[in-house]
Design a protein. Sequence first.
Length: 329
Amino acid sequence: MRIFISHATKNREIVLRFAEFLENASSDIIVFCSSEDGSIKVGENFIETIFNELNNSDLFVPVISKEYYESKFCMIELGVAYSYLYNQYNKKGEDYIFPFALYPMQKGQALSGTPMANIQTGDLSDKKDIHSFLEYLSADKGVDIGAGVNRKLHSFIFDLDQILLEDQNIIEIAKINAYFDDSIEFKCREDIVNTSIAEKMIVVNYNMNPYERTGIKYPNFISIVLKYVDKLDVCRYLDFNNQAELHFEVINFTNSLKRIFVEFKYSDSNIILETFEFPVGYGENKLSVPLDEMRSKALSNISEICFVIHPDDVVEEEGMFKVGAVEIN
């Protein structure tokens, strides 16, 4: 049983661990992975080698990630594999493509919008999905799965989670927006607050009174929101370290702030799980939230992390501050 694993170069370490797990699960399995040392010899035609491997492989397993979709070569490889292997296997009623989504890519979105959208996709971090794949190899392909596979699978998932968590950029995977109490009068939302990204920091410019009026109502709050469409599973960090914390920096060089609040929200309804209050001084403020204080099932379903200020939290009506270095460890 020869398995071709298609992947983005940035996911090389994870894919090599997956290839190692499959080959350790059965002596019947041989994995071709272009990232593996020696898989493509010096001087060989890369494209020709890929086509030859596709022709000689029994299964095509793309590991779908954000980086996979960003790679033109990966997308070409996926399309070529689909058309190239279709005639070889589909007419015989055999399956030949088994995609796995790589966190934070979700199974439901992995092949959405492609001709392969109806193909069942697994989650590379899900033991049940990998077990199902191994059961298929055993029942339908006659692959002899060796002893101790559960222990090997547990070890692979443990290593995978560690790699994913180390590489996860809390700001990069979020959709960043700014909100405020819009019951006040304003001509343009950016007159009240606007954000930009500079040197991996969120730069926030706010103005409680942009039109310099007297006796006006300030917005009750201004919130900088890191939104996680696919939800952020913070519990995974606590699985490895029960003292894990959310660390972040607030840079207050204009001395605009006295205080900032951090809100954690969960579920599609954005329910507030917990709110933390921090005094802010001039310059750099390195702050942290102990995650264990919020330990609950909701922590595996975080939808938003919000940095919030109110009129009483600012020194002046107009100001600027930065939020960044957001990480969990």
